[in-house]
Design a protein around this ligand. Structure first.
Ligand SMILES: [Fe+2]
Length: 278
């Protein structure tokens, strides 16, 4: 879960946002806070800056998003997803999305101070994505994907998630068949999701292409599966069927799904009297 802190003592354009423990800090637009230095000699400028900053060197502030670590060791999903795949998928691909996003944001004065969820929605721009959208969405999708799996996962859903699946898909077997079929029939790179439809108050399986995430349609994701080739090629080559079955049988985290469902129910109220309305 991302976290952030905002320093309201600074003007809005210089607010800081830190969304992960691994983030770095810089001070952006700090020069705008400086007294006007005009064309004063260099020595006077340095003295003025010293009065303003004290003994600290001025720097630049930008929003930084960190690379979150999966909630298990990189070899914990073996033999169904290898350490080698995690090192490449998380350590190289996911990292590249984070670094690409930070690079884009460093040159942006408007996309500033958002949580990652907000940034994804804002940069989707009602279906006309801004250049930052792909990186932002891929960072969010991958964070969600790592937490959609667990060592010793897979098998049958339990408790509330199982009840809801049975209610909306008829049976767990039917849900599983539909999820696997959606993964097989996804053309090109993309994602398969189990989501809670906010308006209809029911679960659904949706496919998205490239970096698109159901967040942008206001669906509430419960589980996702990465169907980009980089997710499975090292372990399964082009055998997508084997990869998807391994995910369903040995990797998917129904514990995460239960926690996400509980949170989602609090927002949409599925009709259970015991569920509070947010
Ligand atoms: Fe991926």
């Amino acid at each position: 879960m991302s976290w952030c802190c905002t320093y309201s003592l600074l003007p809005p354009s210089t607010r800081l946002q830190v969304t992960d423990l691994s983030c770095s800090w810089q001070l952006k637009n700090a020069h705008q806070m400086l007294p006007s230095l005009g064309k004063k000699p260099e020595k006077q400028k340095k003295n003025k800056m010293k009065q303003f900053y004290g003994f600290q060197t001025p720097s630049t502030i930008v929003a930084y998003y960190g690379l979150k670590t999966p909630p298990y060791k990189l070899d914990a999903l073996e033999p169904y997803m290898s350490k080698r795949t995690l090192e490449m998928h998380w350590g190289a691909h996911h990292r590249a999305y984070v670094e690409g996003l930070n690079k884009q944001l460093a040159n942006d004065d408007i996309l500033y101070g958002y949580t990652m969820d907000e940034l994804v929605k804002v940069t989707y721009n009602n279906g006309n994505p801004l250049p930052e959208f792909n990186n932002a969405a891929q960072v969010w999708n991958h964070d969600f994907f790592w937490e959609s799996m667990q060592p010793g996962g897979g098998g049958m859903a339990e408790l509330g998630v199982l009840q809801q699946i049975e209610k909306d898909f008829g049976s767990f077997t039917h849900f599983k068949e539909k999820f696997i079929e959606s993964a097989f029939t996804l053309f090109g790179s993309g994602w398969v999701w189990l989501v809670l439809k906010r308006e209809e108050k029911r679960l659904a399986i949706v496919k998205t292409s490239n970096a698109i995430t159901p967040l942008v349609w206001d669906d509430i994701p419960i589980i996702c599966l990465d169907m980009w080739e980089h997710a499975y090629y090292l372990d399964y080559k082009n055998d997508r069927e084997k990869y998807v079955n391994a995910f369903m049988d040995h990797l998917v985290s129904w514990n995460s799904a239960m926690a996400r469902m509980a949170r989602a129910e609090a927002f949409v109220n599925l009709g259970e009297p015991k569920i509070p309305i947010a």
